[in-house]
Design a protein around this ligand. Sequence first.
Ligand SMILES: Nc1ncnc2c1ncn2[C@@H]1O[C@H](COP(=O)(O)OP(=O)(O)OP(=O)(O)O)[C@@H](O)[C@H]1O
Length: 613
Amino acid sequence: MTGPDQPSAGQDRLPVAGGRRTWAWLRRRLGAQWTGVTWAALVGVLGAAASVVPAYALGTLVDRVREHAPASALVAIAAVIVVAAVAGGVATGAGTYLIGRVCGHVLADLRERTVARALSLPVTTLERVGKGDLLARVSTDVASIGKAATSVVPSLISAFLLVVLSLAAMAGLDWRLGLAGAVAIPLYVAALRWYLPRSAPKYAGERRAVGDNARLLAESMQGVRTVHAYRLEQRRLHDIHQASHQVRDIAVSVFTLFTRFVGRVNRAEFFGLAAILVAGFLLVRDGSVTVGQSAAAAVLFHRLFNPIGMLLFTFDEVQAAGASLARLVGVIDLAPAAAPADGGDPGEPADTSIRLSGVHFRYDGGPEVLHGVSIDVAAGARVALVGSTGAGKSTLAAIAAGILRPGGGTVRVGGVALPPDRLRARVAIVTQEIHVFAGPLIEDLRLARPGASREEVRSALAVVGALEWAKALPDGLDTVVGEGGHELTTVQAQQLALARLVLVNPPIAVLDEATAEAGSLGARTLEEAAAAATRGRTTLIVAHRLTQAATADRVVVLEHGRIVEEGTHQDLLAAGGRYVELWRAWEAHTPTSSSRQAPQRANLVRTPESSKS
Ligand SMILES: Nc1ncnc2c1ncn2[C@@H]1O[C@H](COP(=O)(O)OP(=O)(O)OP(=O)(O)O)[C@@H](O)[C@H]1O
């Protein structure tokens, strides 16, 4: 937490909050827990004060023994020692527990805020920084803070209170004994000042290296198909190897630094105790203090070895937790997907049409990929987007659905430019990235509409033609699917995504599914499911198979981020332009001629004309 105050961020990394900002965040969260903080402090001070009494009483005991005091006096002192030790132990335990509770609340709050902010991050930010860094923060960094907050920090605060009160007690015996004990303080401080500036960058570097390593691993796993396809295995392994070695080297250097620090701490302990013993000897010889007082000072100081060691040695964990906290506050401080600049209430859309006007877009720092694209989808109509790979179809679909914000131009629903959250509430998208969440199938579907009844889920599955296979699963709708559960086929997973769309029941649907990867039989199933799921909705569909374009009301041909043609399937075929080239290429690559034929439009989409016929 010693960095500059401005959050720092690499072009491809999430930002890290500065020291002042991180402290301010922590102070505010602790302020919100002030009752707990006050109780913890009171009980902690009481525990530390009671823990000092036995050493003090021990000195008195030594003096009484030397004075040949009666046994009853010695027993009374021994009783005081026992009672104070027990009371000190109980109060210290209770104080540590109360501090732990406060830390636990702050930790829970931190975790919730980080995850909430992570989930609301703009997709472009996530894509730029990679999910690995974010995952490392919400897992490794939260764990590091969790460990510090629940075990280290409470003991550390108790130790700190004990050190302060013990030094005060030593000075109370005789100020010169206190002074002798204080000889150690500059040595401890010197040890810490030697250690901290060296360890801080090492810990930050360690966290960064762990984050980079996690990112590389996550990317390699998520992109395993691409890795295989381009034979990148060796290169990825080499990169992971390098990153792992970097983590190991940093960890070793951190440990080496730490052992040198321990040597310096031992030196401070030696000089402190030696100073007390010498001062005690001289003061006893002068008759300024008793042997018992001198012994009590030595015992008090010796008893500080553990708490001081605790303070110093766990500083690294606290520092690591501080570095983690700064990384999490950096995420919390990130701006969520920005609201539109005008901010005023844009009003209610007149209908369910969607119009993109003059849309420009570039991915972070990259070249522009959409150059002023305008598309108008009338209420209830179905428009297909076609074009070569990389033309910008998926980007445009994501903009229409409010997932990406255009760099220029507008998206209007029913004539109104809605803010992103209201746009997303009206437009649902099914993307190529289908994720089946681990858990019972019915719960996976209820993610789309929490509280949906079993009957509603069944009818959504029926709409997309998935009810039969879902009922046939080992536990029907309660079958555990996703990671570690029953494995679903690509087609089944995509049917689930479409069933979620049905449950959401949006007036506007954007489809960008990977039907082309489903094989021709699966693709036909999915085309029918998509048509059923989008029936009655305004639909923009990225036509990965051109049969989807053939059944649309209108086809928009996109190339290099620009619209090059627009019209019905028949018009475009007649025009003999780019669409014809795409259609011919599609026909040439489709094995069965029957699947090449454009399916009867009435089979897929019910339009006013087809329902009349
Ligand atoms: N996350 C990203 N970061 C940077 N550039 C991107 C990103 N996603 C897409 N692009 C680039 O934007 C351009 C348009 O991509 P897009 O995926 O929208 O095309 P597409 O027509 O949907 O292609 P496909 O049919 O292969 O899905 C391409 O040049 C692509 O490389």
